[in-house]
Design a protein around this ligand. Structure first.
Ligand SMILES: Nc1ncnc2c1ncn2[C@@H]1O[C@H](COP(=O)(O)OP(=O)(O)OP(=O)(O)O)[C@@H](O)[C@H]1O
Ligand SMILES: [Mg+2]
Length: 393
């Protein structure tokens, strides 16, 4: 940025000699002032009336316009307003020149019309040059400031774009992580079910076929062994289902939810009211997984924290969105402080899942009055065509 100090001759500070457009209908004034300013090293352009001034101002883009207030074709103040309102010339620096007899009001109207300065004549040559230099210093500082401002805006725009690109990449990465996590769960669930589960089942069959207990003591040990194997089979089965129920992939969300809610009722003793609109046979796999996982986590929270005997689960789909709501009238909690704590992984995980899929997550809760969690997710175009408009729940 160029530094401006009061004593420096302005012509040296500019990369080119400062260009001044003088506008005056008096050729004597033009000659005398032009001579003075040229001798100071400025480039001087001349115009005798308003029309000529506008043409030169547009074409030459002078650093300073010295404008006589009294012109034959247009009032100087009006001309100043024209210069300042035209996009091609609005940035030009305009100084009005008037004689001492001009009313003080005209100075005010001149400045109101956008003039950047006012010089009253008669004026000493030295003072005129000093004033012109001062005006040019202001102009130079203003230009440097505008340039710095524009640079800053450009840099902010650049950074904002970078940030939004980084955000996009981060979102894609999070989505990928969710996918990878689900794929890993799916793989482990299958391995447990197909490999370990089958092997233990085979072991049980082999034992049953090959071992013949010969006395009550042996029979008791044999029964105990079978009991342990049965436990193991059941544990492997449950572990596999908990990781990812096969039926979510094979039979879809509604079947998996139905099964999960029944199992939840049995395990927790909490009655589940399940309401849903007519649903499409299948939703996009990511959407089905998200809804299933959200119901799972929300219901686990109900069992762990809400102290209730009943909970309602609603699921719906319409042309553009699929939604799920888990509502109960239990203990409730202060949502803001839980979200602020950032220690919670369940609530934060549900919110992140919903937002990653472009959905909305709403959690309402009042201590002592229960909790209602609602998630709505967009259904992609080709899917929504197969979804009938949902009825009431
Ligand atoms: N339905 C609910 N009723 C009452 N309190 C709830 C309910 N759901 C959540 N909370 C409160 O919000 C907190 C945060 O829940 P969140 O699921 O994030 O974590 P958590 O259940 O404590 O642990 P985890 O990370 O294993 O899920 C809970 O500790 C509980 O205080
Ligand atoms: Mg939880």
């Amino acid at each position: 940025m160029l530094m401006v100090s009061a004593g420096d001759p302005i012509v040296v500070m500019m990369s080119h000699p400062a260009k001044i457009l003088m506008v005056d209908d008096n050729s004597m004034v033009l000659f005398a002032m032009g001579h003075l300013l040229r001798s100071e090293g400025f480039t001087v352009l001349e115009a005798k009336d308003g029309a000529e001034c506008l043409v030169q101002a547009r074409a030459e883009q002078p650093d300073l316009v010295l404008l006589d207030v009294m012109l034959p074709d247009i009032n100087g103040v009006e001309l100043c307003r024209k210069i300042k309102t035209s996009p091609e010339t609005s940035h030009l620096f305009v100084v009005l020149l008037s004689s001492i007899e001009t009313s003080p009001d005209s100075q005010i109207t001149g400045l109101e019309a956008g003039a950047d300065g006012y010089i009253t004549r008669p004026i000493e040559n030295r003072e005129l040059v000093a004033r012109v230099q001062a005006m040019l210093r202001i102009r130079l500082a203003e230009t440097a400031l505008r340039k710095a401002h524009d640079d800053l805006e450009r840099r902010v725009a650049g950074r904002t774009e970078e940030l939004s690109r980084a955000n996009g990449a981060l979102k894609a990465l999070s989505l990928r992580m969710v996918d990878v996590q689900e794929a890993e769960r799916r793989f482990l669930a299958r391995e447990l079910h197909d490999e370990i589960g089958q092997t233990v089942t085979c072991l049980k069959l082999v034992l049953e076929i090959s071992l013949r207990p010969e006395n009550p003591a042996q029979q008791q040990s044999f029964d105990e062994a079978l009991g342990l194997i049965n436990d193991l089979i059941e544990r492997v089965r449950q572990l596999s289902i908990n990781l990812r129920p096969q039926m979510l992939d094979d039979l879809g969300l509604m079947t998996a939810l139905d099964w999960h809610l029944k199992r939840y009722q049995k395990q927790t003793g909490i009655a589940v009211q399940f309401r849903h609109t007519p649903m499409p046979e299948r939703l996009e796999p990511g959407l089905e997984t998200a809804i299933f996982r959200i119901v799972q986590e929300a219901l686990t929270n109900v069992a762990r924290h809400a102290r209730v005997k009943e909970v309602t689960v609603r699921v719906w789909a319409n042309a553009g969105r699929a939604g799920v709501q888990i509502e109960e009238a239990g203990a409730g909690f202060d949502v803001a402080s839980v979200l602020a704590r950032r220690a919670s992984s369940g609530v934060a995980g549900m919110k992140e899942r919903a937002e990653l899929l472009g959905g909305e997550f709403t959690l309402e809760s009042t201590p002592g009055h229960g909790t209602c969690l609602t998630v709505e997710l967009p259904i992609s175009e080709n899917e929504s065509t197969s979804v009938e408009a949902g009825g009431g729940i």
